[in-house]
Each structure stands twice: as structure tokens, then as C-alpha cells.
Ligand binder design. Sequence first.
Ligand code: NAP
Ligand code: F7E
Length: 331
Amino acid sequence: MKEVKRALITGINGQSGSYLAEFLINKGYEVFGTIKRNSVSENQTARLDSIYDKIKDNLIYADLLDVPSLLHALKKSNPSEVYNLAAQSHVRISFDQPVYTAQATGIGTLNLLEAIRIYDPSIKMYQASSSEMFGNSIDADGYQRETTPLNPVSPYGCAKVFSYNICRNYRNSYGMYISNGILFNHESPRRGTNFVTNKVVKSAVRIKLGMEKKLVLGNLNATRDWGHAKDYVEAMWMMLQKEESGDYVCSTGVSHSVLELVQYVFGKLEMDWTQYVSSDDKFMRPEELEDLKGDSSKLRNETGWTPKYTFETMLDEMISHWLEYYSDIKK
Ligand code: NAP
Ligand code: F7E
């Protein structure tokens, strides 16, 4: 048993990586994380601002496609838990960059598994699996759960299915502790602004402030089960505290359409969305995942996890964030 709890997070500067780092630091962990080389280094660690002083010496350059860099990250951090959050995570962009997505989001996981197996196979690993793996499979009661067939409809979904399966294979073949969190969409003010929630909120705030005139979206009919990233990183940690590893759906169990999202956000800002929002083919996907709604009973029953945010309180926080952001800029 290692005395000090040490965690390594791949993709620590992403949306969920940053919340997970804060969460684990509050739990008393020493947290390490990987970042990629970027030609513009400013803003690369912006999401880590609140904890930067505590982790700046624990940030390690590594890429999931570069096994020696992963071995180096493991050696430097000597973790008891590894959270694999790194990925090319944008579904529509995965149609533009299918091969890179397959490599980073699929083979990258295998690279990390091999690095852990070589360095210390007793390390516990969390794999960021995704509801996108279900594609358009839906159980008769309208939900997706651990037993729902995986029928991915995007290069991203296909790559995540490979990662999910290879994690199960390593668990069964080598007795390694590896848990797949099958997480449904999770959002926050830190969400990339080319994902639909933060795109809508940021744009609606800019329209309200007279900085923008129109918002152009793709499919308004798709439905998603949207939760808050802060709640979901707690679930990741809870999964790794269980004695046995396993596969767990994490979701709110409530779904809304993109149109309902638009109506809520514009309504909160006292604007008539029909005056500003249109739909264009350029934001449609070659194949769309139409409906997601997750049943997370297994996770809730086995760990006691329950989300604190609702769809509405999550969006309220995102609206406040962008209003404050632009009022600070104007000062
Ligand atoms: P995100 O904001 O896009 O963060 C992804 C992170 O991975 C970033 O730090 C990124 O670095 C890094 N990365 C990308 N390619 C890499 C590579 N080849 N090697 C090393 N690092 C790489 O995504 P997120 O929302 O935090 O999601 C975290 C994980 O959960 C991802 O694996 C995602 O696919 C999965 N997931 C997300 C959701 C969701 O709704 N958010 C749901 C289910 C599963 P740069 O920023 O420098 O590119
Ligand atoms: O799209 C529709 C779009 O890009 C949500 C990732 O974190 O969750 C995320 O993937 C829905 C889709 O997320 C626009 O067609 C309409 O139906 O915000 P999104 P996503 O594709 O569900 C899963 C679980 C992950 O694992 C992924 O990593 O919104 N939509 N109009 C639009 N989407 C975008 N991005 N932009 C639009 O203009």
C-alpha cells in the first residue's frame, strides 16, 4: 500500500480534468497531470488557475500517442490512481479528423494501459468512457444503461468503444483494476465553447449585450441528458474507491432537446429566441445520435452518488459566468 494518495490525470487542463484536480486536492491527494505541447502556451492552464500554485510543478508534458512520455509521467507521479481523461473529445470534429481521433481516443488508451502494465499493474485506472458509445441504441423504457448494446454512430464513438473494450480485456486478462465510467454529457462554464451548451449560453449573453446578432446551430431536435462536470468528477472518484472495478453509467436521468436548451437560456435573458436563432447544415453531423437518457441506478445504488445540479441550475451558473466575464472585460 502506498501511504500518500497520489493521482495522475491525463488531460488535466480539459474541462473535467480541471474539476477533478480541484476535487482530489480537496480530498488531500497529491495531484499530477499531463498537458500537451501547444505552440501558444498562454491560456493552456487557464482552467487550472484556482489551483495553479499547488500543481504547477506536477504538470508533465505527455501525449497518449507517445508511450515513453506516459512512462515518464507514471515514474514522476508514482500514482495509486490514474484518471484517463485525455482524448479528442469533439464528436463532429471526429468526422473531420477520424484517424487522429481513432489514435488519440482509441489507441491512446491502449498505450496508457501498456504503460501502466509495465510500470505498476497494481495502479487503479479510470477510463473516460462515453454515452456516445450507445449510438442510437435505446432500451424499451427509453433509457441507456450498462447492458444497452453499443452501436456507435461517429468516429469518436467508435474510438471510445475500442477503449472501453480494451479496458475490460486488460481487467479480465491481467487482473488489473480498471473502471469504465460511461458518462453522459457534462457541462460547466469551463466547457469548450464549440459544444452546444456553452455555445448557446455564450452567444445568447453576447446577443443580450449587443455584441452579436445571430446564433446559428445545427440539429435542434436532438436530446441529451446534461449534467454538471463538478458532479461527474465526484462519480469518477467514487468508482475508484470501490473494492472491485467495474463499468458504471453516470447520468441525471433527465433529458432535454437542444431547442429546450435554447428556449431556457434565451428566456432567462428575457429574449425571444425566434428572433435570433437559425439552423444550418454546416453544424449537422453525417450521422446523428438523436436521443440520450441514462439510467445510473447501478452507480447510485453501489456508491450513493447523486447529482447536486439540475439542468436549470447548471445553465444558470453558465449564464452568470458569461455575464460576469463580459462585465469584467468592460471595466
Ligand atoms: P476536453 O475538455 O476536450 O479535454 C480533453 C483533454 O485531453 C484536454 O486536456 C486535451 O488537451 C487532452 N488531449 C487531447 N488529445 C490528447 C492526446 N493525444 N494526448 C494527451 N492529451 C490529449 O474534454 P472533457 O469534457 O474534459 O472530457 C474528459 C474526457 O471525458 C474525454 O476523454 C472525453 O472524451 C470524455 N467524456 C466527456 C464527456 C462530456 O460530456 N464532457 C462525456 C463522456 C466522456 P488540449 O486541450 O491541449 O488539446
Ligand atoms: O452536441 C447538437 C449536436 O457537441 C450535443 C462530448 O463531450 O458528449 C459530448 O458530445 C447535441 C448534438 O455534444 C449544434 O448535433 C446542434 O446532437 O455539445 P455537443 P455531443 O456530441 O453530445 C458526449 C457524451 C461525449 O462523450 C463527447 O466527448 O447538440 N447541436 N447544434 C450542436 N452541437 C454543437 N457542438 N454545435 C452546434 O452548433
